[in-house]
Design a protein around this ligand. Structure first.
Ligand code: SF4
Ligand code: SF4
Length: 442
């Protein structure tokens, strides 16, 4: 039988060899820490501190500003310098708490204490996850405690760990699987304790054979946990494609939640963060960041406190060996182009990828030749070529009629297009415009 996968997708150059074998190095910041109040889907968090306040590692410095929102936890000890607007990776200016690090890393009482999850109720686990500020760390930033509270716990039959890491160049999840597999399995067990009818499945691309072997060995005596090797194909890690592959064909639309298909999907670091919070009283205060690309002197993986400046992380990787034409927060398919490195690591940060050549600038756009390749690769089975026509005319109604809102912005169509049409970019703008129009109407 062939490996599980989905229909469509592309095979970009993986680029993972630059950093895949580099163990995670823990680094600490020299400069100030910046904690944006919006680093998740939903309402911004509300500050609980003011200028001049002393803060500790693990202290809640901003609380969720609504049901869909998340707490922000301090990753260092020090003094609040102020609350002010700061630039973040997506180019937005976001109100942020600025903390001067005292370099002592004094933590709140009880930080790091061991806890037995089997003695906790579901509600207690959800509350710990909420208090810990955990959101989907694969990029989506959806509050995890909300995801862990579906309408019917009994209807959940799959806890799926998104271990595909299909985005080229990124190796942070791979390193976590190689270095902290017990925490990953511990996190799955915590989640399984909340859903009596569920089994845990780790969905992982076949291009990570060592991680597959390691995890298979560790779960061989766990009847409710298994490893599901997946075909290596981008965007295998997209939530809908992972559900499709792991469950043997369940489909969800953009209007549905994974729970509607009996699934809860979380990426590797999110599951480990659940373990850290529930079993070791450690809230979400750090991220694993891959610093990579041909412009970087020593590509590698770092564990950094949330709020640390990208520029400092690049310095820890030896800086640039050649001035980059392109810098990206994340990977080349779905990442955000950067024009400054003076931005903080946020909960949804995964990588700093820097290239000596800007492939987009090097390949100017030309007219569509109607080759249909974008349609063939689209994992959502929509029609990028025709949607682009709607986008060019700013025809929101037609874009919606063509199911443009189902676009997951994966970038596969742009990648394959021989005419170098900026398809995904146009669809992103159209999706934003449709959502703004819907909000206005409501
Ligand atoms: S891949 Fe590009 S050139 Fe081919 S049909 Fe799609 S938009 Fe046109
Ligand atoms: S139309 Fe959207 S979902 Fe389809 S390939 Fe392009 S970016 Fe991906």
């Amino acid at each position: 039988m062939g490996l599980s996968t989905f229909i469509g997708g592309v095979h970009p150059y993986e680029g993972k060899e630059l950093s895949a074998d580099k163990p995670i190095q823990v680094i600490q910041p020299k400069g100030e820490l910046v904690y944006p109040l919006s680093q998740h889907i939903g309402a911004p968090a509300k500050p609980l501190v003011a200028k001049g306040d002393k803060v500790l590692v693990g202290q809640k410095i901003a609380e969720a500003g609504g049901f869909i929102s998340a707490n922000v936890i301090c990753s260092v000890s020090g003094t609040v310098k102020g609350i002010e607007p700061r630039l973040v990776a997506n180019g937005a200016i976001v109100q942020s708490i600025i903390v001067e690090n005292d370099n002592e890393y004094t933590a709140i009482e009880g930080f790091g204490e061991k806890r037995d999850y089997t003695k906790l109720s579901k509600e207690e686990i959800r509350n710990i996850v909420k208090e810990a500020g955990i959101v989907g760390l694969g990029g989506a930033g959806f509050p995890t405690n909300v995801k862990l509270a579906p309408k019917d716990d009994n209807a959940i039959d799959h806890i799926i760990v998104n271990a595909a890491e299909c985005e080229p160049y990124l190796t942070s999840d791979y390193r976590l699987m190689m270095e902290q597999p017990e925490r990953l399995i511990g996190g799955i067990k915590v989640m399984l304790s909340m859903f009596p009818n569920a089994k845990g499945v780790i969905g992982i691309e076949e291009n990570k054979p060592e991680a597959i072997k390691l995890l298979e060995g560790l779960v061989k005596d766990e009847p409710k946990i298994s490893v599901c090797p997946l075909k290596t194909k981008y965007p295998q890690g997209g939530e809908r494609f992972l559900i499709y592959a792991v469950t043997g064909g369940r489909e969800i639309s953009s209007a549905m939640l994974p729970a509607d298909a009996g699934c809860i999907v979380d990426n590797v670091d999110t599951v480990i963060s659940i373990y850290n919070a529930v079993c070791e009283s450690t809230p979400l205060i750090r991220k694993i960041i891959t610093v990579t690309g041909d412009a970087v002197k020593n590509p590698q993986n770092f564990q950094v406190p949330l709020g640390m400046c990208y520029r400092e992380i690049l310095e820890a990787a030896g800086g640039f060996k050649e001035e980059p034409e392109k810098m990206i927060s994340g990977g080349p398919m779905m990442g955000q182009a950067l024009f400054s490195l003076d931005i903080p690591v946020m909960k949804n940060s995964s990588a700093l990828t820097c290239f000596t050549k800007d492939q987009v600038a090097a390949n100017p756009e030309s007219p569509c030749i109607r080759c249909g390749r974008c349609i063939d690769v689209c994992p959502e089975h929509i029609v990028p070529q025709i949607m682009m026509g709607a986008a060019e005319r700013n025809d929101l109604a037609l874009f919606e009629k063509l199911n443009g809102m189902e676009c997951c912005e994966c970038g596969s169509c742009t990648f394959i297009c021989p005419a170098h049409r900026p398809l995904t970019q146009a669809f992103k703008e159209m999706r934003k415009a449709v959502m703004a129009a819907r909000r206005k109407k409501a």
